[in-house]
Design a protein around this ligand. Structure first.
Ligand code: SF4
Ligand code: SF4
Length: 455
């Protein structure tokens, strides 16, 4: 049965038991191979899962991927999402063919949104003209101003990549391609939230950004090697990243620091930028006040974001590209059977079912939902295993932002714009002494922190 905004299935004989109407598959056409060697990128080590493979998606797999994606969706909107490794390594022609397949298999009433995550260094006129022509939304990875970005985002020669990335960004701007900034939060930028945010807003002209915490998990045996990075080294000794261990590398963001980083940005945003700058987590949090979950990480359950390897292997999630989480291969089994399988549903429901007691009793649980399972490997306050290593920061962020989020939610509920919250904050600031402690919790005076004129 279909409703007004659902489409019938096509190309599939029987409906799998847990088939979602829509899902967000991340396709990795060049597998985990990349032209850079970012020190924290444990995805690089996943090349070891496919030894002797060239890690390039064949046309038959590409066609199956596009056809099955379009067949499997019962919503009119379909996202075709590319990421890596580094997808530009495939060359523009590969993506031209993907568009041809999409045009061939698109069903009446379907609209396709193309997204593409890149490190930006290979972008040029040809790429950006192509992106513009097909209305791609590009995510470009930048970690902050040059010296911060260049701490970990290195090329194969160990050199910083900032200047090349800025060159790529200039091509995107020249061709007026929509872009958003993907910034990892790591040990090098964790104390510089506002500075990083301002750099994106004021220097790069970004209006959409997302911040992703770096959590590189390791066992005690693996940690010394993991601290050196996940890239290939002469003489072997390359560790394979697995979801194992309860330690993290020295590049990982601390739980507390992650929360402070987010709050530092939030306090700037809520004074100046609501309605004109979109920060993914802030948007996600506001929607959670209405029971809507835009991001798997803070949704009660997950399991709608599988990852497709170059050879057609489909995994439960890009963070679980490892043998135990392989669902099957789309060249042998239709993608919807894999996405709608009991195995995938169990993976997604475990997110809710394996919450620690601390999470179940937490007052911000409806906003946080325990975070991503990949980060759940420490003991809770009660000594229960499987708690989120970022909990302290997540709690701080969701708790700290509650009053302002509640004001925004109230405005939206009354049919008004959320940016009215800036007036509410300004009134509060008027009552605040310039020498009072800044509400961000930095310990500095308000006048020399978020109360700085012109900030
Ligand atoms: S494991 Fe984490 S990233 Fe993967 S789908 Fe679940 S919440 Fe999302
Ligand atoms: S803030 Fe911590 S305790 Fe609360 S739901 Fe999130 S991870 Fe669990």
């Amino acid at each position: 049965m279909t409703t007004n905004n659902t489409l019938p299935l096509s190309g599939i004989q029987t409906m799998p038991p847990h088939a979602p109407p829509r899902f967000h598959l991340l396709a990795k056409p060049s597998g985990s191979t990349c032209n850079l060697d970012c020190t924290y990128c444990f995805f690089l080590s996943k090349e070891a899962l496919y030894p002797n493979s060239k890690s390039r998606m064949a046309d038959q797999t590409l066609e199956n991927y596009i056809r099955q994606t379009l067949e499997a969706h019962r919503t009119p909107e379909v996202t075709i999402a590319w990421q890596g490794g580094e997808p530009t390594l495939m060359g523009v022609e590969f993506f031209r063919r993907s568009i041809e397949f999409a045009e061939r298999y698109k069903r009446p009433g379907q609209t396709i949104e193309y997204t593409f995550q890149t490190n930006g260094v290979l972008l040029d006129d040809e790429w950006c003209a192509f992106f513009k022509e097909h209305n791609f939304l590009i995510g470009i990875s930048v970690d902050g101003p040059e010296e911060i970005h260049d701490t970990y985002r290195l090329n194969k020669g160990g050199q910083g990549t900032f200047k090349q990335v800025m060159r790529g960004l200039d091509f995107l701007k020249k061709h007026e391609v929509d872009f958003n900034i993907l910034c990892t939060v790591n040990a090098a930028n964790q104390h510089h939230g506002r500075r990083v945010y301002r750099f994106f807003r004021d220097e790069l002209g970004a209006t959409w950004m997302q911040f992703i915490p770096i959590v590189e998990r390791a066992t005690a045996e693996l940690l010394p090697l993991a601290n050196l990075g996940w890239h290939e080294r002469p003489g072997g000794d390359r560790p394979l990243y697995l979801q194992a261990g309860d330690l993290v590398t020295e590049r990982s963001v601390g739980g507390e620091q992650y929360g402070r980083f987010l709050v530092d940005i939030f306090e700037e945003w809520v004074r100046h930028d609501v309605g004109r700058i979109f920060v993914q987590l802030f948007d996600v949090t506001l929607h959670a006040y209405f029971g809507q979950h835009l991001l798997c990480i803070h949704a009660p359950t997950c399991g709608y974001g599988p990852a497709l390897e170059h050879n057609g292997d489909l995994y439960t999630c890009d963070h679980f590209v490892e043998p135990n989480f392989l669902l099957g291969n789309i060249n042998e089994i239709h993608m919807l059977e894999l996405v709608g399988s009991a195995e995938m549903r169990r993976f997604g429901d475990n997110k809710r079912d394996l919450l620690t007691r601390q999470c179940r009793d937490c007052e911000v649980r409806m906003l946080c939902n325990g975070g991503c399972p990949k980060d759940r490997f420490v003991l809770s306050r009660d000594g229960e295993p499987g708690h989120n290593c970022l909990c302290e920061g997540l709690y701080h962020f969701f708790n700290h932002t509650r009053p302002a989020m509640a004001v925004m939610a109230d405005l939206v509920q009354r049919g008004q714009y959320a940016d009215g919250v800036m007036t509410w904050v300004a009134e509060q600031d008027k009552r605040r002494g310039r020498n009072d402690p800044c509400p961000c919790g930095s310990g500095r005076k308000f006048k020399s922190c978020h109360g700085q004129p012109g900030s």
